[in-house]
Each structure stands twice: as structure tokens, then as C-alpha cells.
Design a protein around this ligand. Structure first.
Ligand code: SF4
Length: 61
């Protein structure tokens, strides 16, 4: 599984961090970080984060 985030669209709401904290987080500077190739076991979380993103900035492949 691969996850991409369109950072031009991302407004740093953090909904993805709430939905999938094992994949998404904010660093100390408030920038979004994520696992680009997380384990397949996290697919449900990844898709929940993509659904929760108000900007539809998360692409799960
Ligand atoms: S929910 Fe979407 S817009 Fe908000 S921080 Fe996550 S990727 Fe960015």
C-alpha cells in the first residue's frame, strides 16, 4: 500500500491524524508527516483517513 498526500491541497486540519495516528502525525514544526508505504494491515485506517480528509488530499494506492 502506498499513501500520497497532496500538500498543495492539505490545510493541516489534522483529521487524518485523528483517524489514523499510526500513519499520520505532525512534527514539532506542525508539518504533516506520514508513512508513505505502511503495512497492509493499516489499510482500513488509511482509507478512514482519506475519507475524513476535508480536502480529499490523501490518495491510497
Ligand atoms: S486531514 Fe487532509 S487536509 Fe487535514 S492534515 Fe490530513 S491530509 Fe491534510
Amino acid at each position: 500500500m502506498k499513501i500520497k498526500v497532496d500538500l498543495d491541497a492539505c490545510l493541516q486540519h489534522g483529521q487524518c491524524v485523528i483517524a489514523a495516528p499510526e500513519i499520520f502525525s505532525f512534527d514539532d514544526d506542525g508539518n504533516l508527516q506520514w508513512k508513505a508505504a505502511p503495512d497492509e494491515a493499516l489499510r482500513d485506517d488509511a482509507e478512514a483517513a482519506a475519507d475524513a480528509c476535508p480536502e480529499q488530499a490523501i490518495i491510497v494506492e
